[in-house]
Design a protein around this ligand. Structure first.
Ligand code: UDP
Ligand code: MG
Length: 328
């Protein structure tokens, strides 16, 4: 976060992942520049070509050759939106990084406000998509996802969170330092803490081309997010197993009673039922127990730091305690 007098000269990187977005890149650059003019910021652009096949990379080469404020990274193949964002985060040099889509669905009108909030001390300015047509399949499924996520995850995810946000350099460095590979930025950014705000926006329609998020990709993103931030699925079989065992114990009592005191049992039924119930419950529960350990192993493997430091004293030693300090 720069002091106000440095703010005008602050470097702001616009990070744009692109998969076959040739048609909109020139418009995007022009519109972003225009939108940021009132703030005095001259943005730098960092495009990440995520394995495009429509000539996006050729265009990026041309753009960056003729304009020193435009640079690009090209991935060797299509690695996906979140991976493209990771590449950009690893290479962005700005004091603030704004990530946005190439298709101009994210309104550039919000950029000036994002920069203003950053200057006033917000470390992350996130956005929330507010949909006009709330009955479309995509909106309904994303609503269901956010509801489920809220229920099971250990990080607060605002419904409608989008990958359109400004991050202060400190947060960018913290993200770089995270060893975890499967990134779900909509969860990771709020997880980081610091002062964050949310701005609502209504998405515009895609300027050109079609969505790159197929149903399959959306399901994958949703699963990545859930698995990265929730152990509930793993703990589920343990809970289910414990439930079955509890019911089995009660039922067994009844079977024993029926066996000795009523005429309502067939020969062999009682012992068979007891064996099935007991074993079934035990098997489920032991799978569940293994899952508990897998959950713990997974937690450790993710290598997410236990905490992030905001600051410490004396000032020179900031961040070199046991917690995560950002790496360059
Ligand atoms: N994108 C990408 N790699 C992918 C899929 C998408 O870099 O594998 C980019 C895409 O070019 C766009 C952004 O991610 O800039 C969001 O994708 P899209 O607009 O297709 O998603 P939607 O807005 O429909 O959810
Ligand atoms: Mg889009």
């Amino acid at each position: 976060m720069p002091a106000p007098e440095e703010a005008a000269s602050a470097r702001v990187t616009i990070l744009v992942p692109c998969l076959d977005e040739k048609a909109t890149l020139a418009d995007l650059v022009a519109e972003v520049r225009q939108a940021l003019e009132p703030t005095g910021v001259t943005p730098e652009f960092l495009f990440v070509d995520d394995g495009s096949t429509d000539g996006t990379l050729d265009l990026l080469r041309e753009m960056s050759a003729s304009d020193e404020r435009i640079s690009y990274l090209a991935l060797s193949r299509n690695f996906g939106h979140q991976a493209a964002l990771s590449a950009g985060i690893d290479h962005a040099e700005g004091d603030a990084v704004i990530m946005m889509d190439a298709d101009l669905q994210h309104p550039v009108g919000l950029l000036a406000e994002m920069v203003r909030l950053w200057r006033s001390g917000c470390m992350a300015v996130n956005t929330l998509r507010v949909d006009g047509d709330s009955r479309s399949g995509k909106t309904l499924s994303s609503r269901a996802f956010y509801r489920l996520f809220r229920l099971v995850a250990d990080v607060e995810l605002q419904p409608g969170s989008a990958d359109f946000r400004l991050l202060d350099r400190l947060l960018v460095l913290h993200l770089r330092g995270l060893p975890e590979k499967a990134r779900f930025y909509r969860g990771l950014v709020p997880w980081m803490g610091f002062r964050q705000v949310y701005l609502p926006y209504s998405p515009r329609s895609r300027r050109s081309g079609k969505t790159k998020y197929s149903l399959r990709r959306m399901i994958r993103l949703a699963l990545d997010g859930l698995i990265a931030f929730s152990e509930v699925p793993l703990v589920f079989s343990f809970v289910a197993g414990a439930g079955v065992v509890a019911v089995a114990v009660l039922y067994s009592l009844w079977i024993v009673y029926a066996h000795f005191f009523t005429q309502r049992t067939l020969t062999g039924w009682s012992s068979l039922m007891l064996a099935i119930l007991g074993l079934g419950g035990l098997v489920l529960m032991s799978v569940g127990l293994v899952s508990l350990y897998v959950a713990r192993v997974y937690q450790e493997v993710k290598g997410r730091p236990v905490y992030l430091l905001r600051e410490s004293s004396p000032p020179g030693s900031r961040g070199d305690g046991g917690g995560a300090s950002p790496k360059r």
